[in-house]
Design a protein around this ligand. Structure first.
Ligand code: GLO
Ligand code: MG
Length: 350
């Protein structure tokens, strides 16, 4: 298939410009106000912003619905003023005391009710920001010890929660963002296969899709471009979180392509060649700068992830398909391996 140079729209979330706290140390940079982050997005040539519900309205749980609507409208105005759009809203279901042991799958029915109500508020915020996309990163839907919950029940609890949201707002789409572990030991919807399977169990599978995050696929021991291909084959790849990850460690959210350029190339390639972005899907980044980074350089991980995506797009467009096809026909994969590496390294192949 001939490479098609698509039009891509990029996005990131306010949490991608962080203060650098980790479980072993305090913040190392001053917090940046949302309005400044939104301006920076514009400056870095991003066109959309991703949000948690409480990125839009801080301390959400303590506010009335009219106060929430008022604050959300202010953020919508900030976006409008910069010519930006919201890509999605994600309910943050892992901070409140009610979500200590899970949200939709909490063993306590009161806590499950909290999670449903909180998600409906996130949907209301999404409507004010003008996006139909709701991302569910199912952070604590899983177990710290196996015996505390039963997978057979948890799956159906998540399905029922999703059905409630589909009914609550007939316009929204749900994007499931799976991750195999962290913060829980074992997540119940741990891979893209699980998420796609779950989407078909819901009341309206045409409104339930997935978001593939590079690091999450790698943490599951899978190849992110294969996960993207799988979701594309189901017409369910509605967003991505590009970043990078050095194997089975904590979730590193490194700058796209910084660990494994070839793996990044294959992600760009599958997106470019199979129509991603042509229906308005975004190239979302979920990258974190290194803790060592000084505040003055707090934009580099974002700008350079975008730059690398565009660079790899060129690599996709200039790959000599005839040589590739011939090597595949000859089943000479050792030679194909060398051909791809020469191409990525900018070496003449002969
Ligand atoms: C963490 C997730 C997280 C989500 C975000 C949006 O591992 O990647 O960053 O993407 O909360 O739902
Ligand atoms: Mg993510």
């Amino acid at each position: 298939m001939a490479a098609y140079k698509g039009q891509y729209r990029f996005s990131f979330g306010p949490w991608n410009i962080s203060e650098g706290a980790d479980p072993f140390g305090p913040p190392v940079r001053q917090p940046i106000p949302l309005a400044k982050k939104i301006k920076l997005a514009r400056k870095l040539q991003f066109e959309l912003v991703q949000f948690h519900d409480d990125d839009v309205v801080p301390d959400l749980d303590s506010k009335s619905s009219s106060q929430i609507a008022k604050e959300a409208r202010k953020v919508k105005k900030m976006l409008n003023d910069e010519g930006l759009e919201a890509e999605f809203v994600a309910p943050r279901l892992w901070f409140a005391p009610e979500t200590i042991d899970g949200a939709y799958t909490n063993n306590d029915p009161k806590c499950r009710r909290y999670a449903i109500t909180r998600t409906k508020t996130a949907i209301d915020i999404a409507n004010i920001l003008g996006t139909r996309k709701i991302v569910l990163w199912l952070a604590r839907e899983g177990t710290y010890i196996r015996e505390s919950k039963i997978a057979r029940i948890q799956v159906l609890q998540i399905r029922d929660a999703i059905n409630t949201f589909l009914e609550y707002d007939p316009n929204i789409c749900i994007l499931i963002e799976p991750k195999p572990n962290e913060p829980v030991d074992s997540a119940i919807i741990s891979t893209i296969g699980h998420a796609v399977g779950l989407s078909y169990m819901t009341a309206d599978p045409s409104r339930v899709g997935v978001l593939v995050e590079t690091a999450h696929s790698i943490l599951a021991g899978l190849d992110p471009s294969d996960d993207m291909g799988y979701a594309l084959a189901h017409n369910k790849l509605w967003s991505v979180h590009l970043n990078d990850q050095g194997g089975l460690k904590f979730d590193q959210d490194k700058t796209f392509g910084s660990y494994n350029l070839r793996r990044a190339f294959n992600q760009v390639r599958v997106l470019e060649e199979y129509g991603y972005g042509r229906k308005g899907e975004c190239v979302g980044l979920d990258v974190q700068m290194m803790r060592t980074q000084k505040a003055s350089g707090n934009w580099k991980h974002l700008a350079y992830s975008r730059e690398r995506f565009l660079f790899l797009l060129e690599k996709v467009a200039t790959l000599d398909r005839k040589i590739e096809e011939q090597l595949i026909r000859e089943r000479d994969y050792e030679e194909l391996d060398r051909f791809i590496l020469c191409h990525l390294m900018g070496k003449k192949y002969e």
